[in-house]
Write a protein that binds this ligand. Structure first.
Ligand SMILES: Cc1cc2nc3c(=O)[nH]c(=O)nc-3n(C[C@H](O)[C@H](O)[C@H](O)COP(=O)(O)OP(=O)(O)OC[C@H]3O[C@@H](n4cnc5c(N)ncnc54)[C@H](O)[C@@H]3O)c2cc1C
Length: 383
């Protein structure tokens, strides 16, 4: 990419984490990709190796076993993975989302009990909001958690859960008081090991991101200790979700921009060596214009993303701005990658070419973390 633009949030220590994560992706993730795509999940030991290198929970304070950095360090790990086109390892959900719910809302006892185990890779985290009957409309969730003495009894079903097949710790969004609407929603921590009534369903077959495990759960009178209620107070779940979702959307935005940068790099290289009609594909004016537009869109995307990261580091990233980033950047990503596939011709449709995988993997970016239409709704509400 032209010019000497650098992201202000990529300080020396953030760049060091990025370099470490890039090396980890190259040596530990990419060589296993075929196997993981076939089995639809990564091997558990990859989490332990990532933990040994300090790549899990980088922004969780050291007193809870984390790296003691800022969210920029976690973003750097996600960006390194996305830049390499690797989508199997579900660290974004684990370190960027689940650990942060525990840090922000957990009681001291909850933080001490679970954060060190997440940071050590001994437990893999997931968050279960979506249900077969409702995704965008979180107010419509039907999973119930009923207090019964010193336990909650959970009944319900969840679907599309990232890290679902391997998850040891699941933040379950459930209704603790159906009469109170959104004020009756709570988050309950389910430890899946030896948990009676917790049923892990099949790993779902997706259009892309084949190595990422995405699974269904059902809860059949699942009993969890009452002190697994996140934060210890019922009815806080909806507010907890609304406060954390901007960070989730920022993480998705990082994947989008890193994906655009990777697609541009792959495509410029490809068109400059592929020949047609006695010249390279690059020599057609259409190619140059398409890639000039792509480079411009990618730079604008990067600058906007970086401003959102800076705002978030200052604690000022609001819901509407995060929604703008999520919808617009993922839209740009999908559009650009489609054009890059076109410039690859038939090879762009072959999975042995990175751009083909990017094409498959990118599509869901417009759907998860809140569908882009829902993002626009959030933006509109702020106008
Ligand atoms: C690969 C993958 C991983 C996922 N990981 C997780 C996870 O870890 N945890 C989790 O809880 N969920 C997860 N999800 C679920 C994801 O967040 C939902 O799929 C998403 O929020 C959309 O919900 P839905 O699928 O029920 O679509 P629906 O809510 O049925 O919406 C369908 C479509 O309707 C339109 N629509 C909906 N609402 C509006 C509106 N207000 N205005 C205009 N149009 C609208 C949009 O076009 C939308 O795409 C994952 C999904 C996928 C595919």
């Amino acid at each position: 990419m032209p010019g000497s633009y650098t992201s202000a949030w990529k300080t020396e220590s953030v760049r060091a984490v990025y370099d470490l994560a890039s090396a980890f992706v190259s040596s530990e993730l990419l060589p296993n990709r075929e196997k993981w795509e076939a089995q639809h999940h990564v091997d558990r030991d990859v989490w332990l190796r990532a933990a040994d290198l300090g790549l899990l929970c980088c922004s969780i304070p050291e007193q809870y076993g984390g790296g003691g950095g800022t969210i920029a360090h976690d973003l750097a790990v996600c960006e390194a993975q996305a830049r390499a086109g690797e989508t199997s390892w579900g660290n974004m959900v684990h370190s960027g989302i689940v650990a942060h719910y525990l840090l922000a809302y957990g009681t001291e006892d909850q933080k001490r009990r679970w954060l060190p185990r997440l940071a050590a890779g001994e437990m893999i985290g997931a968050i279960a909001m979506t249900e077969p009957g409702t995704g965008s409309d979180l107010q419509g969730i039907r999973t119930r958690a009923v207090r019964d003495g010193e336990a909650y009894v959970i009944d319900g079903a969840k679907t599309f859960i990232s890290n679902g097949h391997l998850a040891d710790l699941v933040l379950v969004v459930a209704r603790t008081d159906p009469a109170r609407g959104v004020k009756g929603i709570s988050l309950i921590v389910v430890e899946t090991a030896d948990c009676p009534g917790f049923v892990r369903g099949r790993i779902l077959e997706k259009v892309g991101q084949h190595g990422a495990d995405t699974a269904e759960f059902s809860f059949e009178r699942t009993r969890v200790p009452a002190d697994h209620l996140l934060g210890g107070v019922e009815g806080q779940g909806f507010a907890q979700l609304m406060n954390q979702l901007p960070q989730e959307r920022l993480l998705i935005s990082v994947l989008a921009v890193a994906g655009m940068e990777a697609a541009m790099e792959q495509t410029v290289d490809y068109v400059k060596q592929r020949q047609a009609f006695g010249q390279t594909i690059w020599d057609f004016q259409n190619t140059k214009f398409t890639l000039a537009e792509g480079a411009t869109a990618t730079r604008i995307a990067r600058v906007f993303l970086d401003s959102c990261v800076d705002l978030h580091l200052e604690g000022r990233l609001d819901t509407a701005t995060a929604a703008m980033a999520k919808w617009w950047l993922t839209e740009q990503q999908v559009t650009l990658i489609d054009e890059c596939v076109q410039l690859h011709g038939g090879y762009g449709y072959m999975r042995e070419y990175p751009i083909a995988r990017m094409y498959q993997d990118a599509r869901v970016q417009k759907i998860y973390g809140g569908a882009n239409e829902v993002m626009k709704d959030l933006v509109a509400r702020s106008l």
